[in-house]
Design a protein around this ligand. Sequence first.
Ligand code: PMP
Length: 405
Amino acid sequence: LQLEPALPAVAGADVAVPLANGSQVPYANFDYAASAPCLLAVKDALDAALPLYASVHRGAGHLSRMTTRAYENARQTVRRFAAARPDDSVIFTRNTTDSMNLLASCVPLGTTVVVFESEHHANLLPWLHRHFVVRLPMPRSPEDAVATAADVLAPGGLLVVTAASNVTGELWPIDELAAAAHARGARIAVDAAQLAPHRPLDMSNVDYLAFSGHKLYAPFGSGVLIGRGDWLRDADPYLRGGGASKTVGSGTVIWASAPEERHEAGSPNVLGALAISAACAALDAAGRPALAAAEERLFAHLRSGLSSVPGLRELSLWGPDSPRVGIVSFVIEGWDPHSLAQTLSDSYGIGVRDGKMCAHNLVRQLLGGTDGSIVRASIGLGTTRAHIDRLVTALAELTTVRAAA
Ligand code: PMP
């Protein structure tokens, strides 16, 4: 008997949703990869913070100092969660997209940036307008990813790569890619939007890391960019305004040198920072290896259930056995992905995602070169075996109905 560890609870786990026939069923949420529900620990932290806060950094009053302390502690909690180096900068942003745009604005002009064509758009598009970009084709295997990147990486360059695919959940060989980049005098920036909620992070080989609070069981509006300070310190501020500037004269500005000040102009999203750090603390306290192991057992149950659905084809970059986080995408013969997702919601109270997952090149390639949509089911801390059984039963029913029609 496998005993499951006590998992941190998510808010709204028992919410009921209406079906098209007017009845109500408990919601089965399979869209954690888009945005995960808030942890109760995060809600509690926000409830505690909400009545009493004031401006950070510049106020002399008691509440201001208290809020500043909480904000700066949040930075340290996130730093520990990412296993960042002591001298890494930790900059609060809006989300991973914002973090990648911030980093792109700081990477010195003339840097060669290497990206895989298959990247999530948050990780592809920020680089295209300002930098010289080498776009690599979707790799045939993790080893091929390392070899093709190694071929083009050169001193002073930057490799930008996603740690876990938001489409297939597959894990990219980050350690090997980092070693290849560093051996050639280049750096590596990792999009951990999908890795952070599912696996321990380790920045010992990674120069920059980004993730989003809303995929990490905190509400929307907060993310982080963590990494080496030099490029961040030397770049123009991402936003210009108070906090980013040290001295302003008529016609002159001296910008703050600490990246955390230089790139966090304006009043920051303090509650967002407290939320993301409360999520980090709760996941750390629960033990992230144990959470990952529990999720793997649940995910194996999901994939084995899906494999029994007639006509269902699971999509993957590198084959069914490549390691992945709790995300699976598929198509079902005879079903339009959007109608299927809509029917799962309307008739069964099950929420999946359909579309191109902000990774058009990858989805096209997974569909054999044609433009089209797919269905994605992703799990997280509120997912139960009963939810999975409902999804598999619903898909089996729907495919049987189609086959009989
Ligand atoms: N990268 C990956 C791998 C993602 O899955 C996402 C969100 N779908 C992003 C980046 C962008 O995250 P956000 O929308 O929070 O900026």
